[in-house]
Design a protein around this ligand. Structure first.
Ligand code: SF4
Length: 335
């Protein structure tokens, strides 16, 4: 991911336009090695402090203690979540991965060999430009490409977040398969879990295309094992994450009632960080996490007890049956 001088200049100009004099700088871990340089540029114009917290998405702008003494926040590497009401002016500076010249139409031949003719195209936001190249490559193979519309949590058609696959839901009935342009498996695995259509990741760092089906099947076996362990839980912690874009106390209240009606002992907790030790100290048998859906999904292995999404817990209680339903966030409660 590249932080260009023009990105930093854009942040400076937008903060000046806001009349800011004190700025809080928030960086994802991947951009922290650039912190000294960016800090020094911003400091020529403003009083700047960097938050040392890790920011995984625009759903998180930190606690009020960190932002109450500044005029605006500059958050690098993320795209705003349009339907959130942020408590301060926030300048989101996106970073587009440079379009990769290595996109070969032949990389997508597997889609043709499986008989697919219409493909849904989605991307994580830093690969928005690369996705354009992928679209050209797909069309060069004679495939029809559809880019899905999104809900109010997303900024761009075709964009996916780890907690929102509205771009896929909107096209799944019209396509044979989906291609997600990203790196790693974070977004593509979520995409595969959100639809019955076959999802492929075009991994930008490798320049390769692969199906997510097997990985999703392996993943589902692990999740069903966690769901089955949680079914026998006696003491359950229901967790509300206080981050602005993950705040779902009304969902937590529904799950709490359902757990009580099923004879569980329940406590509801508020947190801004899911720390395994907290739940070990509480000696609970299962945790239901209503914040970022990726905490149970990606970090579940760090906990000694099963950590479930609300939908998974409803499966454990026997309230939801049938196909696995991924927890997605469309909107959150107002704080
Ligand atoms: S809730 Fe999780 S997946 Fe969604 S934007 Fe925040 S960090 Fe990303």
């Amino acid at each position: 991911m590249i932080v260009s001088a023009s990105n930093v200049q854009e942040a400076i100009q937008r903060a000046k336009d806001l009349g800011a004099s004190k700025v809080l700088l928030q960086l994802p871990d991947g951009l922290k090695p650039r912190a000294f340089g960016i800090f020094s540029e911003l400091s020529k114009h403003f009083s700047v402090v960097i938050s040392s917290q890790s920011f995984y998405g625009a759903c998180d702008v930190g606690s009020m203690d960190t932002y109450s003494r500044v005029d605006c926040i500059v958050q690098l590497g993320h795209t705003e979540i349009p339907n959130l009401r942020y408590p301060k002016p926030i300048i989101f500076i996106e970073h587009l991965y440079e379009r990769d010249a290595r996109i070969e139409a032949s990389a997508f031949q597997i889609l043709r060999s499986r008989g697919y003719s219409t493909v849904g195209l989605a991307f994580s936001v830093q690969y928005r430009q690369v996705a354009e190249g992928v679209r050209e490559a797909l069309e060069a193979l004679g495939l029809r490409v559809l880019v899905g519309g999104v809900d109010g949590r997303m900024k761009y058609p075709g964009q996916v977040l780890g907690c929102n696959f509205s771009a896929i839901h909107s096209v799944q009935a019209m396509v044979d398969s989906i291609v997600v342009v990203s790196t790693g498996t974070f977004h593509a695995l979520g995409a595969q879990l959100s639809t019955e259509k076959e999802v492929f990741i075009y991994d930008v760092s490798e320049g390769s295309l692969r199906s997510m089906r097997e990985e999703a099947d392996r993943f589902l076996r692990q999740r069903f094992a966690a769901i089955s362990r949680a079914a026998g839980a006696r003491k359950v912690c229901i967790v509300i994450d206080t981050k602005i874009g993950q705040y779902r106390p009304s969902l937590a209240a529904v799950v709490e009632r359902q757990a009580r009606e099923s004879g569980k002992e329940v406590v509801t907790l508020a947190t801004d960080e899911a720390n395994p030790r907290d739940y070990e100290n509480l000696m609970c048998d299962a945790v239901v996490f209503t914040g970022c859906p990726r905490v149970p999904i990606d970090d579940g292995g760090k906990f000694s007890m099963p950590v479930l999404t609300p939908q998974e817990f409803q499966m454990a209680l026997g309230i939801k049956k049938g196909r696995y339903v991924l927890d997605e966030i469309v909107a959150v409660d107002t704080q």
